[in-house]
Design a protein around this ligand. Structure first.
Ligand SMILES: NC(=O)c1ccc[n+]([C@@H]2O[C@H](COP(=O)([O-])OP(=O)(O)OC[C@H]3O[C@@H](n4cnc5c(N)ncnc54)[C@H](O)[C@@H]3O)[C@@H](O)[C@H]2O)c1
Ligand SMILES: [Zn+2]
Length: 349
């Protein structure tokens, strides 16, 4: 399993991460926001990194691009990085995906450490070894699966995140609870998403990461069980693409939260998922994530977007991950188109 550190003492934990490493061979990757907001805190906790080269790339998914990859490779080469060097990726999912890819391919692969600075990154992107970049209009089209040597998580980095990014990350935590057990779900329901106390978040984060970690350990290359992590994402990706088309792009976690409402409804109708939990989740998601506005005229198009999601389509049929109950994962489920439309109706309420 990956070495995941949920830190309460960043200095001590960075000492552990850097132990036995030649600091001369450490390279730090940030985006323009994490360079400003997170790097000072890292250097304060790990002063031995103060003179190390830092590469700052543009922030946002538009920079998760081959040009940025080339820029990072060139920088590593100019800085004299070797296969025995280590790259520290300090950032959200964009930096850890792209940095993980650059490190995994440079000199046939050097070690890298992810320090997750967004909640979405911490609970999802930084864990599990999926790396890559967007290509030719398709997200994460090119990449490799190769785990980082360490993942370091410290919720104090999240204090500069805006609310939208916090609740976007929380959507993946809600997903992890729904695919694991009742207790985790209850704990999350009790968490106050209005005040977002970062100290109280830490133990919940740890449990949430364990869910992903265990699933990835059982099925690193997505042959079966890892598909559980797609819960909420079949509708979610269609909603996400739709928001881009209409020029009002939603953060990934919002689309996943909306997708979970529709997929919980399908779970309720086809597998008897408990109605009370369906209603509880629907209420919470409407309250915290609002609702994507569309009408029945858009059903055809949204359905088509789902059939374009290559990851979820086999032999022309959409593959859903649904739930018989909390933690009762059923992968490769198929439902009629009529039922998908009913799920849109339910979503719109
Ligand atoms: N590899 C995986 O398994 C996996 C899983 C989920 C998502 N992803 C990828 O992750 C990316 C989304 O991740 P994300 O939401 O972290 O996006 P992101 O890395 O683009 O971060 C979102 C924004 O927050 C800024 N930011 C980062 N840390 C900050 C901080 N501490 N304070 C203030 N601002 C900060 C960033 O600069 C950026 O502007 C996508 O590219 C997605 O494809 C990968
Ligand atoms: Zn996701």
């Amino acid at each position: 399993m990956q070495n995941i550190i949920i830190s309460n003492d960043l200095s001590a934990d960075m000492k552990r991460v850097l132990e036995g490493k030649n600091t001369e061979q450490i390279f730090i990757l940030c985006d323009e926001n994490t360079a400003r907001l997170c790097l000072p805190r890292l250097l304060e906790a790990a002063p031995q990194l103060k003179d190390r080269p830092v590469k700052v790339i543009g922030a946002g998914d538009a920079h998760k691009h081959i040009d940025t990859v080339v820029e990072v490779w060139r920088w590593l080469q100019e800085q004299g990085a070797t296969r025995w060097s280590t790259m520290i990726n300090l950032g959200g999912g964009m930096v850890t995906d792209l940095g993980g890819f650059c490190a995994s391919t440079f000199k046939r692969g050097m070690n890298y450490v992810n320090i997750a600075t967004t909640l979405l990154g911490a609970v999802d992107a930084a864990v599990g070894g999926k790396t890559g970049f967007n290509f030719n209009g398709l997200k994460n089209e090119i990449g490799v699966i190769r785990e980082s040597e360490y993942v370091v998580e410290d919720t104090t980095f999240f204090c500069t995140l805006d609310r939208a990014n916090l609740i976007s990350g929380m959507a993946e935590m809600l997903k992890h609870a729904l695919i694991s057990d009742e207790q985790r779900w209850k704990e999350l329901m009790a968490y106050d998403m209005d005040t977002f106390d970062l100290k109280a978040l830490s133990p919940l984060l740890e449990k949430s990461i364990n869910v992903k970690e265990q699933i990835v350990a059982e099925d690193p290359y997505e042959q079966g069980k890892r598909k559980a992590l797609n819960f909420g994402h079949t509708f979610g990706h269609a909603f996400e693409s739709f928001t881009h088309e209409i020029g009002r792009p939603a953060l990934h976690g919002y689309a996943v939260a909306w997708g979970m409402v529709a997929e919980l409804y399908l779970s309720y109708v086809t597998l008897g998922f408990p109605k009370a939990t369906l209603l509880e989740a629907t209420h919470l998601i409407r309250e915290q994530y609002g609702k994507l506005e569309f009408g029945c005229k858009q059903y055809d198009h949204l359905y088509e977007l789902m059939t374009h999601d290559k990851k979820n389509v086999q032999k022309g049929e959409i593959n859903f991950t649904l739930l018989g109950g909390i933690g009762d994962i059923r992968i490769d489920q198929h439902v009629s188109r009529q039922l998908v439309e009913e799920a849109f109706d339910y979503y719109l309420g």
